[in-house]
Design a protein around this ligand. Structure first.
Ligand code: LLP
Length: 433
């Protein structure tokens, strides 16, 4: 496989005579057929990413479950692909549970990890039969007033967090998530006294983590807390869930997460501590979102304008932070290539900007790219996670379409919104009629 611009090649991205192909489908053809902006997702890459995680962990530990973290991408077809693969699912809103059930996930395969959860949401979750992972004592008490679930899990703050940006560090002192050790014992005792029979324990330390160490440190802390619960409350665990956060390299100089090493270290620690503490035979769970879908997705966007100022060379495209908010929100870097000029050398430094009326509407800053003309097609890579799922109608721009590709075939999996979508659910008050 040939190199695609700055990007390390992967199994789906290919340069065919200067034109980007995604699992055998021409990016130009897709843009022509479905218009832009357009998210293109590769079924093959999603399946292989899932299998890589599952196999890497399960060959080292007997009982492993992978919970795909739906928030990264909730397109029904993507959920369906993962359901077929045998994945479980991490949901954080009633909407995600609803979509997962629609895609065919059985409630037993769904773990709900909400924060700041309403009573009516707790009622909906109890009725749908998913396992609830509580984030506070108050949530637990409110849940127990509604029903007594067979199984309860507690999200623990293991005191260490990590992540690619402070907004996505989800454990440690500054974090709103999880229950701290001293209250964890009380949570399990409360649940046990209420008649709950089975227990899980969970953590999620953050997102976009490329090194192994934060996972091992947090796993050790979590298992110590699990042991304390075991000793003080006298319960064992059906599952111990280490959360998601498995990173994917975006920048050319970033090293891939060493998944083998991660699985090796974490399962060794897990096996040793679970045995030493006599915690039973809990299933080891992980909850990757980004790792499964990130590099399976490409955002295609058309060049409207090339504007040269005394200081900058701007390329105005039709996707902005309404379509992909990560660069504006976290300063994230996404690899960018000119999909119809892959075989041309970098000649100019361009900043790629969208149509949104804010100066922060930048998709990519100061990139060396081939000479760009109006009508060219830009591909923003690694856009499959937290791309569409975080998109909005800001500036009253309808959301874009999504396409799935597989081995030279393609299909529309979400229609582009229309101007009429902007009217949906809006009403004039009677006095304006
Ligand atoms: N489990 C829980 C409870 C989570 O809150 C998350 C993500 C995950 C699993 C999956 O994390 P992942 O494996 O995808 O890193 N919008 C941000 C990422 C926010 C992640 C929030 N929680 C971004 O675009 O970088």
């Amino acid at each position: 496989m040939q190199r695609v611009g700055m990007l390390r090649p992967n199994e789906i991205l290919e340069d065919r005579e200067g034109v980007l192909h995604i699992d055998g489908v021409s990016a130009l053809e897709l843009a022509e057929r479905f218009d832009t902006p357009l998210y293109v997702m590769s079924e093959r890459r999603i399946r292989n990413n899932y299998r890589r995680v599952y196999e890497t962990f399960s060959k080292r530990y007997r009982k492993v479950k992978v919970y795909y973290s739906a928030k990264a991408n909730t397109n029904l077809s993507i959920l369906k692909i993962l359901e077929e693969e045998g994945s479980c699912l991490d949901a954080v809103s009633p909407g995600e549970v609803f979509l997962a059930l629609k895609a065919g996930f059985k409630p037993e395969r769904i773990l709900y990890t909400g924060t700041s959860v309403r009573d009516d949401e707790l009622r909906f979750l109890s009725e749908s039969g998913v396992t609830i992972n509580v984030d506070s004592l108050s949530q637990l008490r409110r849940l127990l007033k509604i029903s007594t679930p067979e199984t309860i899990s507690v999200r623990v703050n293991p005191e260490v967090g990590a992540g690619h940006h402070e907004h996505v560090v989800t454990a440690g002192r500054e974090s709103k998530f999880g229950i701290w050790e001293e209250k964890v014992v009380e949570a399990y005792r409360t649940a046990l006294e209420a008649g709950v029979k089975h227990f899980g324990i969970q953590m999620h330390i953050g997102s976009g983590i490329l090194s192994v160490e934060p996972f091992t440190v947090a796993t050790e802390n979590l298992l110590k807390i699990a042991n304390r619960v075991h000793e003080e409350v006298g319960i064992g665990f059906e599952f111990i869930d280490l959360g998601g956060g498995l990173g994917v390299p975006y920048k050319p100089e970033e090293e891939e997460l060493n998944l083998d090493l991660l699985a090796e270290k974490v399962t060794a620690l897990y096996r040793e501590m679970v045995e030493q503490y006599g915690l039973g035979k809990p299933t080891l769970c992980v909850e990757p979102g980004r790792y499964i879908v990130c590099d399976a997705g490409v955002l295609l966007t058309r060049v409207n304008t090339v504007k040269v100022t005394p200081f900058k060379r701007f390329v105005g495209v039709d996707a902005g932070f309404n379509t992909l908010i990560r660069p504006a929100m976290y300063g994230s870097y996404h690899p960018v290539v000119v999909a119809n000029r892959l075989n041309e050398p970098g000649e100019e430094t361009y900043t790629i900007v969208g149509p949104i009326c804010e100066s922060g509407d930048i998709l990519a800053k100061d990139r060396m790219l081939p000479r760009i003309q109006e009508g060219d097609l830009i591909a923003v890579l690694n856009a499959g996670a937290y791309g569409y799922s975080m998109s909005s109608q800001y500036n009253s721009r309808p959301r874009c379409a999504e396409v799935l590709v597989m081995d030279g075939e393609y299909a529309l999996i979400r229609e582009r919104e229309t101007l009429h979508s902007l009217l949906e659910g809006q009403h004039y008050p009677p006095w304006l009629k």
